[in-house]
Design a protein around this ligand. Structure first.
Ligand code: GLC
Length: 751
């Protein structure tokens, strides 16, 4: 959407005001930088320009790497984290090449560097921007200490399919939540100023629509209408672009027939022209060269031409730019001005990072790894990301009367797997597992009968089941730690069956025969299909892959030192057959009734004429097991009816919606109050609910709080068929509640 004249004027006013106030014109320093960039480009040969567009992985033949750096054939290096090596490569780039252009060192610092935080999908379940920002800041402090100045995060792919291994890297299924938390992550990584040595350039990835990979199969095709693209998938990317995210990464997937890495509509029309992005676009690993597999390019030269002409500035590990672009320019297939534009973006990033003034890493900075305050931040994030999904008979928190616990399952003491996928630098030796935390905190008070029973999540060896059952029999309560090895999640880790792997289901069934209360704790990346096992558990705590401090976090929750507050960042499917599933779906012409008939409830001759020929599964109904935004506490909250400041507004006016929330339980608890709207009738079909706000706070027992949201017509806008971002007059519903299903409703009209 072109910035309106009003916005542009406002921006100019703000800038000139800032200039007057600060006494130094940010424009002049920008102008000086642009001058330096022009000056550098004027000195560069075509080959040297293309060298800046080439990103190579570190390690390997270091002498060859140094030689390539010296020749100016490499602009950035990923996955080199040895400080001395980085400084030596940097010295060669800056002092042994006539241009003196520093390298950028990049790494996938997705949810922590050394101190590992919960996976992003778990962090999203905190619904807490401060927690997410703090985690990114810790990651930046640790990673920049070794010289990493560019991370390939946040991953902002709207994810609706738990079969897709990369759902774990996302911030969930909702554009609003992903936008708020994605901005927080960018702010954490990039710090107060990108030029600070402890700041890292963030990278919005994977642009765009990767989460819609057909069938939840990684790298698969995506067919996304402009309406879905604009109103869902692009939203978090636009939010972080506006927040100053320094770089973007083109996605692997082909989008409506054109791979993102060659997609001018995405990279030029939207990102550059509409949004005005002036940062760097990097390809995904080899995604330039993959244009050949896509069938778009016959060879590396064509792949390079398509990508650079579409607006990809850096070729990550594809080698096609460095091999082919010089010839392509000479053959007139790529303008040199296109190369200059890409190099301008790259040099601008290096100036913004302060690398020309300060290219070297202070050695010895590694001492800050795992600092107590970092570990505390990681523990807080883990506590706040765990979601309590079931708690019957008040099984949790464990009572003081518990004198013995049976700790069973492959995830009770899995220091590597607990860290989750994309943990490239976190040492498992620092992980505190639930078993270790239990022993350290309660080993002298409670008898802990530990039987792993299965060595890893896919283990099918049932020979230790008897020992597990005996442990259960001789204990007051069973803590059953199930889940997924981290290697079953993340990139290229897609599953058609998302039930508990290996013999975990059978182990739970065997242990349940001991007749003791069972607390099921799942450490996994994706919501695993659990509805058949759930009746065997009195309580169900979803802990995701919680990172370095997951053990103490889980134990504090189990024993009530902490109260669960996490809320699902994705709908939790009843069965894999429901996927892709998302709460903000359309109503359809035949929406399912509140109560649907399942085929097993119908007599033989009834199925043909079952009532409600509507949008649902005869064998799985219409609802997920748990809805988006759902999470229990150890207390309960009641919601009063919604009060509206008015029941009709005009464009540009606001409406206030408030409810009284009360802690009706016996313990202090944190609640995340969620605001949703529904545009009842519009020129396009609209979602049945859309998250438009949330507030999080703690209430003491019997304490009440009036929670007020301000809804502006901005929140009512959507991209219509003409790609205009508009709020259309008509009836709107507003919903407020503690999740996307159990809500109070009211209505108002936009005139
Ligand atoms: C991978 C991923 C991307 C990552 C990049 C560099 O294939 O798709 O998310 O940042 O390569 O490791």
């Amino acid at each position: 959407m072109k910035k309106s004249i009003i916005q542009n004027c406002l921006m100019a006013t703000l800038l000139s005001t800032a200039t007057l106030l600060t006494g130094c014109s940010s424009n002049s320093s920008q102008d000086q930088t642009e001058e330096k960039i022009n000056n550098l480009i004027s000195q560069m040969t075509l080959q040297e320009k293309i060298g800046q567009m080439n990103q190579i992985v570190g390690g390997g033949d270091i002498d060859q790497l140094k030689e390539e750096v010296k020749k100016g054939h490499i602009g950035s290096i990923l996955n080199e984290i040895d400080v001395k090596t980085i400084n030596e490569l940097q010295r060669i780039a800056v002092e042994e090449n006539h241009l003196g252009i520093p390298l950028i060192i990049a790494r996938d610092v997705i949810h922590g560097f050394k101190t590992v935080f919960p996976i992003p999908l778990a962090q999203a379940a905190t619904w807490n921007a401060d927690v997410v920002k703090a985690g990114a800041r810790v990651a930046a402090e640790e990673a920049t200490a070794v010289g990493v100045r560019w991370t390939f995060a946040p991953m902002l792919d709207i994810s609706r399919d738990a079969r897709w291994g990369r759902i774990i890297e996302s911030l969930g299924e909702d554009p609003y939540l992903a936008s708020k938390l994605g901005v927080a992550m960018v702010d954490g990584f990039q710090g107060e100023s990108l030029s600070q040595p402890n700041s890292m350039a963030a990278c919005a990835k994977h642009f765009c629509g990767y989460g819609a990979s057909e069938g939840g199969r990684d790298y698969n095709s995506t067919q996304i209408s402009e309406e879905q693209l604009r109103n869902f998938y692009l939203t978090p990317f636009k939010a972080v672009e506006e927040a100053g995210c320094a770089t973007f990464m083109s996605a692997f997937n082909d989008l409506n027939g054109i791979p993102c890495t060659a997609n001018q509509h995405l990279l030029k029309d939207i990102l550059r022209k509409e949004w005005g992005f002036d940062g760097v676009v990097v390809s995904d690993w080899g995604s330039v060269h993959e244009m050949i597999n896509h069938g778009l390019a016959a060879n590396g030269a064509e792949a390079a031409e398509q990508a650079v002409n579409a607006g990809v500035d850096i070729d990550m590990m594809g080698f096609d730019y460095i091999k082919n672009l010089e010839a392509s320019v000479k053959e007139g297939k790529v303008k040199e001005s296109t190369i200059d534009e890409a190099v301008r973006y790259i040099l601008r990033l290096k100036f913004r990072l302060g690398l020309f003034d300060n290219p070297y890493v202070k050695e010895g900075g590694e001492k800050t790894f795992y600092a107590p305050e970092y570990l505390q931040a990681a523990k807080e994030a883990a506590v706040k990301s765990c979601v309590l999904l079931k708690n019957s008979n008040n099984a949790l928190p464990l009572s003081e009367s518990v004198k013995s616990v049976a700790v069973i399952g492959p995830m009770a003491d899995a220091p590597h797997d607990q860290l989750g996928a994309w943990t490239m630098d976190g040492d498992k030796e620092h992980t505190i597992t639930p078993l270790r935390a239990l022993r350290e905190q309660y080993g002298d008070k409670i008898k802990i009968n530990y039987v792993q029973a299965l060595e890893f999540s896919r283990d099918r060896n049932t020979s230790n089941f008897a020992a597990a059952v005996n442990a259960a029999r001789s204990s007051d309560v069973v803590l059953f730690f199930a889940g997924e090895e981290s290697s079953l999640t993340g990139e290229a880790k897609c599953l058609a069956d998302i039930t508990l792997p290996g013999a975990q289901k059978e182990l739970l069934a065997a242990v349940s025969k001991a007749g003791k209360p069972i607390v099921l704790i799942i450490l996994a990346g994706r919501p695993v299909e659990i509805h058949k096992e759930l009746p065997m558990a009195d309580a169900f705590l979803y802990a995701w892959h919680p990172g370095t401090m997951g053990g103490p976090a889980i134990v504090d929750l189990l024993f009530g030192k902490e109260t669960p507050s996490g809320k699902l960042s994705v709908s939790y499917p009843l069965t894999v057959g429901q996927l892709p599933y998302y709460y903000n779906h359309k109503n359809t012409g035949r929406p399912a009734h509140e109560k649907v008939q399942l085929m097993d409830d119908l007599q033989q001759n009834e199925v043909q004429t079952s009532l409600g020929m509507t949008c649902y599964y005869l064998d799985a109904g219409k609802d997920p097991l748990y809805p988006f935004g759902y999470g229990l506490s150890y207390t309960t909250f009641s919601y009063g009816d919604i009060q509206l400041s008015t029941d009709n507004i005009k464009e540009g006016q606001n409406i206030k919606a408030s409810v009284i929330v009360k802690n009706t339980g016996t313990r202090k608890g944190m609640e995340t109050v969620q605001l949703y709207i529904r545009d009842m009738f519009a020129s396009l079909t609209r979602p049945v609910k859309e998250l438009k706000g949330f507030q999080q706070f703690t209430l003491e027992p019997n304490e009440t709080k009036t929670v007020e949201f301000t809804i502006s017509t901005e929140e009512l806008k959507f991209f219509n068929a003409a790609n205009e971002f508009v709020a259309e007059p008509g009836e709107f519903s507003v919903f407020i509640g503690g999740n996307s299903r159990d809500v109070k409703e009211s209505k108002f009209t936009l005139n």
